[in-house]
Design a protein around this ligand. Structure first.
Ligand SMILES: C[S@@+](CC[C@H](N)C(=O)[O-])C[C@H]1O[C@@H](n2cnc3c(N)ncnc32)[C@H](O)[C@@H]1O
Length: 282
C-alpha cells in the first residue's frame, strides 16, 4: 500500500459523517464508514475531560465554507467546471451536479481504488451523468494519465475552472504540499479564471492537548504524519503567491454568511477556508 493509499480509509469515515450531518446521499454512507465514524465519535467522547473537540462543527464549517465560495463563483459565471481532488466519498459533487444540472461539469477525482468504489456506488444508483463523473487522479503525479495536467487537459480551456482539495493537504508534508499547490496554480492558468478552494488550519489556536492527541490518533490511523502548513493567515497568503496565485484570502468561517452561525461554536473557529485565484490578462 502506498503512502497515499493509507489515507483512503479516512474517506469512508468522512463520507459517513457528511451523510450523518445532512450533507450527502445515503448511497455514500457505507457500513465501513458508519463503523469508523462511531470509532471517531468514541475518541471525541474520551477527549471531553480535557476540553473535548467539537469535530462535527469544524467539519460543517469547512464543508459549507467551501460550498459557499464555490456556489458564488458558479452563480457569478466565473466557474463552469470543477475538479475536486481527493473527493473520497464526499457528497459535494452529487449536490452541485443536482443543483446546477447541465450548467457545470463536475469531475470528482481520487486514487483508483476509491474511484472504483465511488463510481460503483453512484453508478449502481443511477446518479452519474455526462456532466458529473468520477475520474482517477493522483495528486502527487507530475505527469502521466493520472496527473492533474492530464485530467485538466480534458476540460474546455475557455471556461472558468475551480480545483478543490478538502481533507487532503494535512496529510502531505510541506515540500509535497507546496509542489501540489504549484501544480494546481499552473493548471488553473490554462483557463480564463482559476479558483482554488481548500480547508486550511493555522498553527496558532490548534496546539491544545486535545487537538494534539486527536492529530496523533489520526496520524496513527493513516500510519503517516499530520502537518499544519500555515503559521498565520499572512503565511498562507505568501505560500499561495509563491505557488503562482494572483490573489488569496483565508476566510474565517465567522465572516462567511453561510457559516457565521455555526462559527459561533469554538470547534468551527479552528478551520479557515482558503480561496486562491488567478485570471488571464491580470
Ligand atoms: C480524508 S479523505 C477526504 C475525502 C473528502 N475530500 C472528504 O472531505 O470527505 C482523504 C482522501 O484523499 C485521497 N488521497 C490520498 N492520497 C491521494 C493522492 N495522492 N491523490 C488523490 N487522492 C488521494 C484518499 O483516497 C481519500 O479519499
Amino acid at each position: 500500500m502506498s503512502e497515499s493509499e493509507k489515507i483512503s480509509p479516512t474517506a469512508y469515515a468522512t463520507g459517513y459523517m457528511w451523510y450523518r450531518l445532512g450533507l450527502s446521499h445515503e448511497v455514500l454512507a457505507t457500513p465501513r464508514g458508519k463503523r469508523l465514524d462511531r470509532l471517531f465519535q468514541l475518541l471525541l467522547v474520551a477527549l471531553r475531560p480535557i476540553g473535548g473537540l467539537p469535530f462535527d462543527d469544524l467539519m460543517l464549517a469547512r464543508h459549507q465554507g467551501i460550498d459557499s465560495i464555490l456556489t458564488r463563483a458558479i452563480e457569478a459565471g466565473r466557474v463552469g467546471q470543477v475538479i475536486e481532488i481527493a473527493a473520497g466519498l464526499s457528497g459535494r459533487g452529487l449536490r452541485m451536479a443536482k443543483r446546477y444540472g447541465g450548467r457545470i461539469l463536475y469531475l470528482e477525482t481520487d486514487l483508483p481504488a476509491m474511484v472504483a468504489t465511488k463510481r460503483g456506488l453512484l453508478g449502481k444508483a443511477g446518479l452519474l451523468t455526462e456532466k458529473h463523473a468520477v475520474v482517477e487522479l493522483d495528486a502527487l503525479a507530475d505527469s502521466g494519465v493520472r496527473s492533474l495536467a492530464a485530467v485538466a487537459a480534458t476540460l474546455n480551456p475557455n471556461v472558468g475552472t475551480a480545483i478543490i482539495t478538502e481533507g487532503l493537504m494535512n496529510y502531505l508534508d510541506p515540500p509535497v504540499a507546496r509542489a501540489l499547490w504549484a501544480r494546481i496554480a499552473r493548471q488553473l492558468q490554462c483557463f480564463p479564471h482559476g479558483l482554488y478552494l481548500s480547508d486550511a488550519y493555522l498553527r496558532t489556536g490548534n496546539t491544545s492537548l486535545n487537538v494534539r492527541i486527536f492529530r496523533k490518533v489520526l496520524a496513527g490511523f493513516v500510519r503517516g504524519g499530520m502537518h499544519v502548513h500555515f503559521a498565520s493567515n499572512e503565511d498562507g497568503l505568501e505560500l499561495m503567491r509563491e505557488a503562482g496565485f494572483q490573489q488569496a484570502t483565508m476566510h474565517d468561517p465567522r465572516n462567511l454568511p453561510e457559516t457565521c452561525v455555526i462559527a459561533q461554536r469554538p470547534g468551527a473557529r479552528r478551520v479557515r477556508i482558503l480561496e486562491a485565484s488567478l485570471s488571464k490578462g491580470q
